[in-house]
Design a protein around this ligand. Structure first.
Ligand SMILES: Nc1ncnc2c1ncn2[C@@H]1O[C@H](COP(=O)(O)OP(=O)(O)OP(=O)(O)O)[C@@H](O)[C@H]1O
Length: 245
């Protein structure tokens, strides 16, 4: 049986005259990997922010496990089990890689770990899981681009999410690194976590996703099986422009 864990109903977000997200509805199912694509400025990050609670919708509703969470602030959504990564990485400067992730463990699902020692153990596990086990004592800002992406993932995982919202965790990575991140996300899902992945690397999203949803100018233009969606004429035109499609 398919169980919906997170649902958007008619979400709209306006910024002054601009409609960044326009009447978008969708469901994320338990244990599913949902790929989320669209040209630059399509509204993908805005939609993730509406789900994680860092932005409020102008209209519409977000449901988690069947309950509206519109009035639940971002930090409480994290405690409920909605974790996210940020496209622009924000490591805490001056803290070690280990402690950056331990912070995630301290503020995670169910209120987080109470003891720093336990949070650090959890952080160590998550860092090993994403392949950063050898860098735990480094300062976070010393990490290179690909490792910072892994750090973002480890921070979100340390919060023990039930839903993981990934905002371009593969951007700027080479093909080998992309394959490694794909493997990490698959392992995340095999732990029962539902994953929503925003990505521009179409080949990666096609391989990874059970389903793909496409946004264009803030509107949902497709939602379905990866091969079908990527062959959809409206989607091809949105990406390439009508003339070249
Ligand atoms: N805080 C804001 N204030 C004003 N406009 C914003 C704000 N955040 C986003 N926008 C605008 O909303 C639109 C959607 O932006 P968003 O970042 O959600 O797109 P995106 O699909 O994630 O793009 P990209 O793939 O380039 O990251 C853009 O036109 C953007 O300029």
């Amino acid at each position: 049986m398919t169980t919906t864990i997170l649902e958007a109903r008619h979400l709209t977000r306006r910024f002054a005259g601009l409609v960044a997200v326009n009447d978008v509805s969708f469901k994320l199912n338990q244990g599913e990997i949902l790929g989320f694509i669209g040209p630059n400025g399509a509204g993908k990050t805005t939609l993730i922010s509406l789900l994680s609670g860092t932005l409020a919708p102008t209209e519409g509703e977000v449901y988690f496990q069947g309950h509206s969470i519109n009035s639940v602030p971002a930090y409480k959504r994290a405690r409920l089990g909605i974790g996210r990564t940020f496209q622009i990485m924000r490591p805490f400067p001056g803290l070690s890689v280990l402690d950056n992730v331990a912070v995630g463990a301290l503020f995670g699902r169910g209120g987080g770990e109470k003891k720093l020692r336990v949070a650090r153990e959890k952080a160590r596990e998550c860092l090993t899981f994403v392949g950063l086990g050898r860098h735990i004592d480094q300062r976070a800002e010393e990490l290179g681009g690909p490792d910072r992406k892994r750090l973002e993932l480890a921070k979100a995982l340390a919060m023990q999410p039930q839903v993981l919202l990934c905002d371009e965790v593969m951007a700027g990575l080479n093909l080998t690194e992309i394959d490694e991140v794909i493997e990490v996300i698959r392992k995340v899902r095999s732990q029962g976590i539902s994953v929503l992945v925003i990505e521009h690397v179409i080949k990666a999203i096609k391989t990874l996703s059970d389903r793909i949803m496409v946004l264009h100018h803030g509107e949902k233009i497709a939602d379905g099986a990866p091969a079908e969606v990527l062959a959809n004429q409206t989607v091809v035109e949105a990406y390439l422009g009508k003339k070249r499609a």
